[in-house]
Design a protein around this ligand. Structure first.
Ligand code: MN
Length: 396
């Protein structure tokens, strides 16, 4: 039987607080609209105590999307929790997400508090939050570097105080999958069915998605993630990658999410439009090249049967279809298919002649040829030498 994994989106909080990703309230509302359409289970809209803008955004998302489960972040202190509760006052399904650092390194240098003090403050904050809302999540910041016995002790204490979700973040992206999966397994075992165990992974070593998946295998049932993997430093686990790993490998994973994956690409595009950067071209799932094939052997296989080189149907994530890039590594099969698509059925001789002209141009290119250029070559209007000269002139 397949178990539900909840998707907690923090694009508007952890994502938004990173360089180049600031969004104002109208922009956050546009993104929230897309996230709701995508079907995220919990939408973290901001950190109300951090700024007026964050407060306003949490309040606005709560009002605009009354059916969504909206979360606000708060440190484990009265001021933060009360401010968060106020920002969520108009949400129908509010969640207060309160956190305190639990690793010795954070306790000693950052908070200058003992383990017992942090535990007492965590319990007090959860109790206070429960006076305002039923749904309280506790996060043990830097959980991946926290002593496991203490991590279990504080997790049990906050659950007894009323937390329904216990989140174990790998705040600094330090863990590796096998280690993190075991750690999460121990917390899951200790809490049993008293709370949902969540994880929040960062990508400093490029392992955020792998760690998230290992944690799900260890029993975590909520994944915190962001569109395009934006977030502090190297970012958070990418929502689209986590979701598509679980979906694509449903043959081995007895878990599912309720994300409408056909909206993934448009969610990625909208975010790229709202902030200062998009995903890198070779980014999994949503990058410009994620479904592009250039090598001749790959194109030939793809044209015969797409699944030879495509493990994901691009349409399932909202990309119209895989594309063949016609560059110097391309073969006759792809060129002939493109000509056919453009309305030209070529004989073997015509194709050979065109292919030679095509290679002469493509060899000097870093990018593939456009359809118009193929047509031009097809009509023989340009000899390779002229085409090269034209290219050189264009480059000057
Ligand atoms: Mn984070």
């Amino acid at each position: 039987m397949s178990e539900r994994v909840y998707i907690f989106d923090t694009t508007l909080r952890d994502g938004e607080q990173s360089p180049g990703c600031s969004m104002d309230t109208p922009e956050k509302l546009m993104m929230a609209h897309k996230l709701v359409e995508l079907g995220v289970d919990i939408l973290e809209a901001g950190f109300p105590i951090a700024s007026e803008g964050d407060f306003e955004a949490v309040d606005a998302v709560s009002r605009e999307f009354p059916w969504a489960q909206v979360a606000g972040l708060a440190r484990c202190c009265t001021l933060d929790v009360e401010r968060c509760a106020k920002a969520l006052a108009r949400a129908k399904r509010p969640r207060i997400h309160t956190f305190i650092a639990t690793s010795d390194i954070h306790l000693k240098y950052k908070l200058k508090k003992s383990r017992q003090q942090a535990l007492d403050e965590a319990v007090a904050a959860v109790e206070l939050a429960r006076r305002y809302v039923d749904d309280v999540e506790f996060s043990a910041e830097d959980g991946a570097r926290t002593d496991i016995d203490y991590l279990i002790e504080i997790s049990r204490a906050v659950v007894a105080a009323g937390a329904r979700t216990v989140n174990i973040p790998d705040t600094v992206g330090y863990s590796i999958p096998s280690e993190f999966g075991v750690l999460i397994g121990k917390v899951v075992e200790a809490l049993g069915d008293t709370a949902v165990v969540s994880i929040h992974c960062h990508d400093d070593l490029g392992l955020a998605v792998a760690n998230s998946i290992a944690a799900v295998q260890g029993g975590a049932r909520q994944v915190e993630c962001t569109i395009n993997g934006i977030g502090e430093r190297a970012g958070n686990a990418s929502l689209e990658e986590v979701v598509m790993v679980l979906k694509t490998r449903a043959d081995i994973f007895p878990y599912h999410t309720c994300i409408h994956t056909e909206h993934l690409y448009s969610a990625s595009e909208l975010l790229a439009h709202l902030i200062t950067f998009g995903p890198q071209p070779n980014k999994a799932i949503v990058g410009r090249n994620a479904f592009a094939h250039e090598a001749g052997i790959h194109q030939d296989g793809y044209l015969k049967e797409k699944t030879t080189y495509e493990i994901i149907d691009p349409r399932s994530v909202g990309v119209p279809e895989g594309k063949l890039v016609l560059g110097k590594h391309s073969g006759r099969h792809a060129l002939s298919q493109r000509c056919k698509d453009l309305g030209h059925d070529l004989s073997r001789e015509e194709l050979d002649a065109l292919y030679n002209r095509f290679l002469a141009v493509a060899d000097h290119r870093k990018k593939g040829l456009m359809d118009e250029e193929i047509i031009e070559l097809l009509h023989g209007g340009r000899k390779p030498a002229e085409a090269e000269q034209a290219e050189e002139a264009a480059a000057d």
